[in-house]
Design a protein. Sequence first.
Length: 95
Amino acid sequence: MTEMLKVTVDRRPPLAVIYTEGYISNQGGEEIARVAYDLIEGDHTTLLLNLKGTKIVNSIGISILIEIVERMLEIVGRLACCPLTPTRETCFHSR
């Protein structure tokens, strides 16, 4: 049985903070993407993905998060993730 993901949002235009709690898999990643794309459509150009409540992100979840990064680049928006474990930092931090 996989743990469900809970997603909540704190809107502070143009910033929105997306909080996750639980496992980010295919379904969880799709839920984050749906929320992120809705925020982008609502003129939120800066997103902060707070992963404090998430311990596990599988490969499909990571690929969906990368799609969100690509969308933010298209709109010349900003996306940040926090807090990052060393493993997550290696995946998401460009050097």
